[in-house]
Each structure stands twice: as C-alpha cells, then as structure tokens.
Ligand binder design. Structure first.
Ligand SMILES: C[S@@+](CC[C@H](N)C(=O)[O-])C[C@H]1O[C@@H](n2cnc3c(N)ncnc32)[C@H](O)[C@@H]1O
Length: 485
C-alpha cells in the first residue's frame, strides 16, 4: 500500500534541491512544458466564447526574461554552466541553440532551464532508479543531448514513441501524431518488468494460436499474457467524452503512465513527477500501490489533483495527501486572497473541482461573475420500457470572493447563471460574508432524483478547508468531464 503521498506547489527546481532526499526515488516520470510557445488554456464553454481564456500554464521561453527572472545578466547562468563539474558540455549546445533562434533565444532558455532541473532530478534518483522524460517534437533533439550529458550515454535505454490518433490532420505535411519519451537509468542496474506489461497477441496472429517451429526444429510457444512491448506504443489520447478527462490541457492517459510505472518499479516503490499537471502519474501510482510525490508550479493544478484523487480513492478523501505550498489554514487562505486574488481564485476553483476555469479571473464587466464551471451528470426519470434512467449533463457557475461580498455581486451571480443556461451557482467566500449571500440569494431550487438543491448557494472557504462539499447531487466530483452512460 502507498503511504507516501505528497504534493508540493512550487518550482520543481527548488523542491528537488531542497525538499526531497538525495537518492530516495525509484522512478521519475516528467512531462515538462515543451517550449511549444503555446499558452495552455483551460477550455471555456462554447456559449462564452467572448471571454478571454485563462492560462493553466504558459509554455513560452525567452532568454532575456529567463535571465531577468533569475536576477542575472543574460549570460551569468550560462557562465555558471560552463564551470559546472558535469554539465559544462551543455554550454556549447546552448550557444548553438541561441544562434539558431535569435532574438528571443527561447530554445536556449528552455534547454538551460531543463538542464538544471534534470540534474536536480538525477540527484534524488536512487542508483537503481530510472527516468522517463516525455517530450514532443519541438525540443526532443535538444533534450536527448541534455539527458546524455546529465545521465551518461551509457545509461540511455530507449527512445519510446508514443503514437496516437485523433484530432486534426495536416494537409501540408505529415500529421504530427507522436510524442517521444526518453528513458534512461541512473546506472547499469535498473528494474525492468517485461512480463508485467505484455499485451495480448493480435487475433489474427498464427503464432498466438499454435506457436512456431524454427528451421532447427525448436518449438516456440506463445506466452499466456501476450507479446512483449516494443518501443512504439499505440495508446489512444483521452477522448473528449472519456470519464478520465479532467479538462486540464496536456493531460496524459492513465494507461500510458501505468505502463511506465509497471515496467520500471514494483509495489511500494517511490514515484516522482516533478511537472505533475493534473496528477496522472500520482493517480496511476495509487492504482498500482506505489508511493508518490508530485510537484507543480500551478496552484490550480495541485488543488485539482487533490480533488481528483479524493474522488477516485475514498481513503484519500480526508487527510490522505500531504500538501505543501497551498493554504491549509484560514490565515493562509486570507493571506493569499489579499496578496494575490487571482491565484486565490484559481486555488479555490481547483479545490472545489471546477471542470473549466472562467473568464480572466478578476475581470469586471457585464459578464463578470464566472470564475469556474462545474459540469455534472444528473439522473432523471426512470424509463420502465428501457429499464434505464435518463442522464443529463448540466453545469453550474462558481464565483469566488476573497474580500467583501455585496448584494450586487450575489445578484450578478444569479444573472450569469440564468443567462448561461446553468442550473446552479455557488458563491465561495469567507464565513464572515456568508450572511450577505444568504440574505440576498434567490431562494429558487432545482431537483433530481437524489433531492432538492439551492439554485444559488453560499459556500465558505472555511468549509472548503474543512473538506466539506457544497450541496450538490452525489455524482458531483465522481467523474470528470466524461459523460456517464
Ligand atoms: C505538460 S504539463 C504536465 C501534464 C501531466 N503529465 C498530466 O498528465 O496532467 C506540464 C506542467 O508543468 C508545470 N510546470 C511548468 N513549469 C514548472 C516548474 N518550473 N516546476 C514545476 N511545474 C512546472 C505546469 O504548470 C504544467 O502543469
């Protein structure tokens, strides 16, 4: 059984260097941003296209900004790298990247960032450990070089091609339908469980039916669990209606992570994902009885993971996951609300389990009042002929207030719920503001077979921290964006 379940909110460089024991981790999977120059937004409902998107994270790197962020002149980091005992070989690659990509030199900034983080990852990996670095074609050729230098070419094990279908097709070049996963071990001793990840033979396989006899007369029989996996993996991306889908951009399929984890670790091992997004690696580790640590720079991501895991594993619903870097007490929540209202709202939305973040958080205007959207399947009438009940997808609007709640803001929430065709609204605020919400809110209700629910309800940040849930039907949070059938 897993008993290390830890989430850190912050830059993984700091966490790897300062919070995780050296040589303590058995397996690292990391899926960092790729330098795709994209802003990965959380999707917004089609009716609300006019809203500005909300960034889950931004994948743009600029040499100058990177240097400024680190309080250095453009070249200080690079000069430091030139003198680094093991990483100095990378400086020439970064020089090359800078030349090929002026003036922003974004690839160079990206490679330099990743080099320090991969080196920090190596430090926490056990001598027998393995690392899987997930890359898309934007930067994989640079990252392979970085991995060769950080982990040593002798420790290169595979370049795995994750091939998928679906999505758009290009008419001007071959459609890009794969990511690359670079697999290295830390030393020449590593775990590889080939038999754990066998896949069933194709139905048409003659070998599967009766085995094969070689020219020397030796007989080879099929393995009962199927064929060993090679380095090209056909695993579907999560389809838009899948129950697994959370709406977090770049979410990877559980099946992919389960294969990585089964292949390279055993029950009770410690798995680390330093760029854990919405927590696919943690979810897979939990399914497979491994311990796990996840880190992500985004408050929304980390609070969403807590929600995801608590809803999938009843034993984690209460205090099962240790979390650092997110508010745990009301004073921390108030501090965050005061210092960074934007981040406060994202944290609340992640924790309450919205499926989509709303318009630019904090924006005012006629459509103000949508910070997040909860999607919910509700159970309707039972049909005696088909023997099935109808299931309907509905939405609710979440509005977050870190300060005073006015009568106007409660009315604005009600208006936006009605206008958007949603069936409920939740105003999240501090306990001392709940009176205004309760006095001003519409007393309309709605119902499904499970009960009667308020059209507009207040929900306090105090209750959120106490892991209580708003008044919603029992299916709330039990699935994500996937449609129940
Ligand atoms: C490609 S996504 C990971 C998706 C993840 N594999 C999943 O299945 O949900 C990359 C993540 O890295 C996070 N990130 C970006 N820079 C980071 C940093 N310096 N430290 C930790 N996390 C970071 C982003 O917030 C984002 O959630």
């Amino acid at each position: 059984m897993s008993n290390i379940r830890v989430l850190y909110r912050g830059d993984c460089l700091n966490i790897l260097n300062n919070y995780i024991e050296p040589e303590s981790v058995d397996l690292i999977y990391l899926d960092p941003p790729f330098n795709s120059k994209e802003q990965y937004n959380l999707p917004f409902r089609s009716q609300e296209k006019t809203h500005e998107p909300v960034a889950a994270f931004v994948d743009k790197w600029v040499w100058k900004e990177f240097a400024d962020e680190h309080g250095d002149s453009d070249n200080t980091q690079l000069e430091r790298l030139r003198k680094h005992p093991r990483l100095s070989g990378l400086a020439s690659i970064i020089d090359l990247a800078r030349e090929s990509d002026t003036p922003s030199a974004s690839m160079a900034a990206y490679v330099l960032n990743m080099a320090y983080r991969l080196d920090a990852a190596r430090r926490v990996l056990k001598e027998t450990g393995s690392i899987f670095l997930h890359c898309d074609p934007t930067a994989n050729y640079y990252l392979r070089f970085v991995m060769d230098i950080v982990f040593g070419r002798a420790n290169y094990r595979n370049e795995i091609i994750w091939h998928y279908t679906g999505g758009g097709r290009s008419k001007t070049y071959f459609s890009r339908k794969h990511d690359t996963i670079l697999y290295y071990s830390k030393s020449n001793k590593w775990t590889f469980n080939a038999d754990e990840i066998r896949i069933p033979y194709k139905e048409t396989s003659g070998y599967a039916k009766g085995g094969i006899t070689s020219s020397t007369g030796k007989r080879y029989m099929p393995h009962p669990d199927g064929t060993p996996v090679d380095d090209v993996w056909d695993i579907p991306i999560i389809n838009p209606l899948s129950k697994e889908r959370l709406g977090y951009p770049t979410q990877k399929p559980l099946k992919l992570l389960e294969r990585v984890i089964k292949a390279s670790s055993k029950e009770g091992d410690l798995i680390l994902d330093p760029f854990c997004g919405c927590g696919t690696a943690a979810h897979a580790a939990e399914n497979l009885f491994r311990n796990w640590i996840g880190t992500d720079i985004s408050r929304f991501a980390v609070s969403l993971i807590r929600h995801r895991l608590a809803n999938n594993f009843s034993n984690l619903a209460d205090v099962g996951i240790k979390t650092f870097g997110l508010p745990e007490y009301i004073v921390d929540a108030r501090k965050l609300a005061k210092e960074d209202p934007f981040e406060f709202q994202k944290w609340v939305c992640g924790r309450i389990g919205v499926n989509q973040l709303g318009q630019r958080i904090g924006a005012r205007g006629p459509d103000g009042g949508i910070d997040g959207v909860i999607e919910l399947d509700i159970i309707g009438e039972y049909n005696h002929k088909t023997g099935k009940a109808t299931i309907e997808r509905v939405t609710g609007i979440v509005q977050v207030k870190g300060g005073n709640v006015s009568a106007d803001s409660v009315r604005a929430l009600e208006n936006v719920v009605r206008r958007s065709g949603s069936i409920f609204g939740i105003m999240v605020c501090f306990e001392d503001q709940m009176r205004t919400v309760n006095n001003q809110r519409s007393k309309d209700t709605w119902s499904d077979v499970s009960g009667v629910y308020p059209f507009i309800q207040g929900f306090s940040t105090e209750d959120l921290l106490a892991r209580k849930k708003p008044a919603l039907p029992p299916l709330y949070g039990l699935h994500s964006r996937g449609r129940l059938t």
